[in-house]
Design a protein around this ligand. Sequence first.
Ligand SMILES: [Zn+2]
Length: 248
Amino acid sequence: MPMTRSISQRGTLTGKPLIYGYSVYGTPLQIWMPEHNNVDVLVFAGIHGEEPDSTVLLSRALRSLRQPSSSCAVILCANPDGVQLGTRGNANGVDLNRNFPSTNWTAAPVTHSWNFDSNSRVTLSPGPRPCSEPESLALQQAVERLRPEYVVSVHSPLGLIDDPENTDLGAWFSARSGLPRTVLANETTPGSFGSWTGDIGVKTITYELPNQSVWDMLPVHLPILHDLLEKGPAVVSEEIPQIRAQHL
Ligand SMILES: [Zn+2]
């Protein structure tokens, strides 16, 4: 039996997600657990509400599986209020990716570029204290509970693989996607999810999708996420396909 569902079957998600918390607006925060609840990799998207493309691609990958993932837990949207509002932060205006209890957390305002071409900066809050926001607290607790070997955090649109631990999985993402592998300086991202998981020893790869439409990203990036969900960390032992773009 083929491992992928036919396109016509991919209109809806299968399986019942667990609820791992609630957003500021009371929206359930949902996690799709793997078969047998054995989590090697936690994959999440949509922590920045202005990056709904990360949620769409990860959802399409999950919808392409015939069976639940063997070893990956999936959070399609870590900041549903932000996606609903179209804002980077949550409903309180907090950048959740600066609200984690890392040793480098700071109360200094968070600035981020309004666009690629200018120095215009938008100011957001890192929250009054680490994990002040229900979305970041719930995600922190989920990681503590599941203790995955890897977390893959899907963002856009920088087009890179941030892999501070220099992992085999990070090398696989880079080889499959053609995106450069980097280590973003921790001082530029105080209180980020990756800073916190670095402190507690959970290997975290940030998969920054490129600045393209979802439609343009599908041939390269959907198969990558599909293969990760299907095979988990064992995917690194596969031969990298010569032709990167596939229509899945
Ligand atoms: Zn982001």
